[in-house]
Design a binder for this molecule. Structure first.
Ligand code: PLP
Length: 507
């Protein structure tokens, strides 16, 4: 489970957790609202992954035949498109070790068929993965690659052309949120300026960001496509997978490449990514003579490759492990548990838990919810999907700190780490009630807001909270499970408040 990815998967032997505070084994004892970043594997996910593992390794001495692994990968890809109800669009699917890997894959696929100079324009550059400036310019985004090669972070992956980077952050230098109109205007200018200088633009549209925002608007995308045609290729960062299937389908119908993960909203184990390609692009690639960058052999094994890319790819290594397939198996299990609940019920449960979160945050005046203008635009703009696209499932908040308007990012980071630990033997736990000090609580990593505005802490509603409301034996859906999760969230908020007060006293 920890192989077939970068250093983010490495488990610290002391804590048993990776860099994102997740365990590769079920961690039932911890209270988790961390699906904005990553979640420890669930028991159901773990069992599904074990079933695949046991099936592949029936005889311990046997090496898994490559065609068997190729079949497993194709099966995972087709299960994914069926589960997401986009199979009728016949998208191409390239599974990967993480959302960041998929950003790099999509960049490779667009870049290698272009002769013009390239620029990646990233909307929401301050609310995407930290490796994005590297992955979207064809650079190594970590010191270890998905197939275990040691590389130098930041250097160009072999075979990629030079790609410029232009970030369009959601906040300005003063930390103020730009309006949706300002963001559209900034993207319009960045794209127009680049195209006029002869660049082909990889426009990374955010749907949705780390704080639940979407931009630029689809109206602007239409305008840019009309003005500049094929000089603009849209790549949608939907890695949070907090959008509805209607909207996913709309993106594909508009010839957008879409990046998703199974490890954020859907609470599969960290990490699993996929890039989805419109069928017209798949057809083109099946006939192409273009060659993908040779350095992809550091990131892909040959059993991951879909048939439509086979002609274009450099020689790839044999698979060294099955980690990514195990993680995707677990993620698909979470997805199927979520979608086993009828949609009207899912919507009711999402709203119910959203209200419960709001009520709990109201009980803690120091935890101050943040809503940004473009978060509202995510809710209104995309419009079609009535479920995830239309309601917030990421709830960002700041922590008020007496004497400092808000807890500074460094202290917010320390709080986040302490929150996820059992503190009964720790000095910070000394004056804490036992039910708080003994409980590890996991939330999303803090996102620095810049210019003295502190950091956004994040509580998220993940698929697992909704799926837990259904009894698999009887199929009866009962919101009683939400009450259990609500009590867990109250514990999380109490521990945050306790730690925030202790940390503020010590600043
Ligand atoms: C919006 C968004 N895009 C991309 C990523 C990168 O995905 P991954 O963590 O799977 O590499 C993240 C990570 O948090 C993200 O929030």
């Amino acid at each position: 489970m920890t192989l077939g990815g970068d250093a983010r998967l490495i488990v610290d032997p002391e804590s048993g957790l990776n860099r994102y505070g997740c365990s590769p084994m079920p961690r039932d004892e911890a209270f988790s609202f961390a699906s904005s970043t990553a979640t420890s594997i669930s028991r159901h996910g773990y069992e599904a992954a074990c079933r695949l593992h046991d099936c592949l390794f029936q005889d311990e001495t046997e090496r898994i035949a490559e065609d068997r692994l190729h079949d497993v990968t194709s099966h995972l890809a087709s299960t994914l498109t069926r589960t997401l109800q986009i199979d009728t669009r016949k998208p191409g699917v390239l599974l990967s070790a993480s959302g960041t890997d998929s950003q790099m894959h999509a960049t490779a696929i667009v870049a290698c068929s272009e002769r013009s100079p390239l620029v990646s324009v990233v909307c929401g550059s301050d609310e995407t993965g930290s490796g994005t400036p590297y992955s979207v310019t064809g650079r190594h985004f970590d010191g270890v690659t998905a197939v275990g090669h040691i590389v130098e972070k930041g250097t160009r992956i072999q075979g990629f052309p030079e790609i410029q980077y232009l970030g369009v952050p959601f906040r300005d230098d003063r930390g103020r949120n730009k309006s949706p109109e300002e963001l559209d205007q900034e993207v319009r200018q960045a794209v127009a300026h680049s195209v006029h200088r002869g660049y082909v633009v990889l426009l990374h549209l955010m749907d949705q960001s780390k704080l639940g925002c979407m931009a630029p608007s689809l109206n602007l995308v239409d305008e840019l496509r009309q003005r500049f045609g094929d000089a603009v290729q849209v790549i949608v960062d939907a890695c949070q997978l907090r959008l509805d299937m209607e909207d996913l389908a709309t993106h594909l119908d508009r010839n957008h490449i879409v990046l998703i993960t199974g490890s954020k909203f859907f609470t599969g184990p960290p990490f699993s990514g996929a890039s989805l390609y419109p069928s017209s692009m798949v057809e083109r690639w099946s006939r192409t003579n273009h060659r993908l960058p040779s350095g992809l052999s550091n990131y892909l094994d040959r059993c991951t490759l879909p048939d439509w890319l086979a002609r274009a790819t450099p020689p790839l290594p044999a698979p060294a492990d099955i980690g990514m397939r195990l993680r995707w198996t677990a993620a698909l299990e979470e997805m199927s548990r979520y979608f086993a609940i009828p949609r009207s019920e899912r919507i009711r449960l999402l709203d119910d838990f959203g209200l419960r979160i709001k009520r709990i945050l109201d009980e803690y005046p120091e935890l101050q919810p943040i809503q940004s203008p473009h978060q509202r635009s995510a809710i209104n703009n995309n419009g079609q999907g009535p479920e995830l696209s239309s309601r917030p499932t990421l709830i960002p908040f700041r922590i008020a700190a007496p004497g400092h308007d808000t807890l500074p990012p460094e202290q917010a980071g320390a709080l986040y780490q302490l929150l996820n630990q059992e503190l009964t033997q720790h000095s910070m736990g000394r004056h804490m009630p036992h039910d708080l000090s003994s409980r590890a609580c996991h939330i999303g990593q803090p996102v620095p807001l810049g210019n003295g505005l502190g950091a956004a802490m994040r509580i998220s509603i993940g698929a697992r909270i909704i799926a837990g409301c259904r009894d698999p034996e009887t199929s009866i859906v009962d919101s009683g499970f939400l009450k259990v999760e609500e009590e867990k969230l109250r514990t999380v908020c109490s521990k945050i408040q306790f730690l925030a007060r202790a940390i503020t006293r010590s600043i």
